[in-house]
Design a protein around this ligand. Structure first.
Ligand code: HEC
Length: 144
């Protein structure tokens, strides 16, 4: 009986490893799609802000942006740094730093929603420009 249990544990751990590798490449694909969506949403937001459309459509764009950044750090498990990825391995040993850039970005997207709601277009413009600095600081630190 003990032997069977040991064997089962052994087999299931093998299967878990296989799954991990599979998730690795799938998750890389997933985070690329996230960043591409983020890029598109930012372009849409820029157009809307230039046209001074401080409405519910623009708020929805920032909600989506916020959501992407909220999920983003979970898309970097330890085994996802091989293959078709430009993510730096540094993320693994500096998760706090990586997560906090994502969180600051997310918080700023949230702030912009509040500024849109209070129709403060000067502040919306300023905070929006500020959002781009997070793309740069994260990429220069954590993207090869
Ligand atoms: C918290 C960190 C972080 C922030 C903030 C961030 N990025 Fe990225 N981005 C990454 C990492 C890491 C990669 C590489 C992921 C990979 O290749 O596995 C990446 C990849 C990309 C890619 C390439 C996607 C592909 O097809 O391979 C684009 C485009 C991109 N980011 C755009 C942006 C834009 C635009 C912003 C800001 C509006 C932004 N990113 C903010 C970390 C970040």
């Amino acid at each position: 009986m003990k032997l069977i249990i040991c064997l089962l544990i052994f087999i299931s751990s093998l299967m878990a490893n296989e799954n991990d590798e599979f998730t690795g490449s799938e998750i890389i694909e997933k985070r690329m799609i996230s960043m591409q969506s983020l890029n598109k949403l930012m372009s849409q937001a820029r157009i809307n802000i230039q046209e001074n459309k401080l409405n519910s459509e623009t708020i929805d764009i920032f909600k989506k942006i916020q959501h992407i950044l909220y999920d983003y750090p979970s898309l970097f498990p330890d085994n996802s740094f091989v293959g078709k990825t430009k993510a730096s391995q540094d993320i693994v040993s500096n998760r706090d730093e990586f997560n906090s850039i994502a969180k600051e970005y997310e918080d700023n997207a949230k702030l912009i929603i509040e500024l849109i709601e209070s129709e403060d277009s000067a502040a919306v413009n300023k905070s929006f420009q500020n959002l781009y600095s997070y793309c740069k600081s994260c990429h220069s630190r954590f993207r090869n």
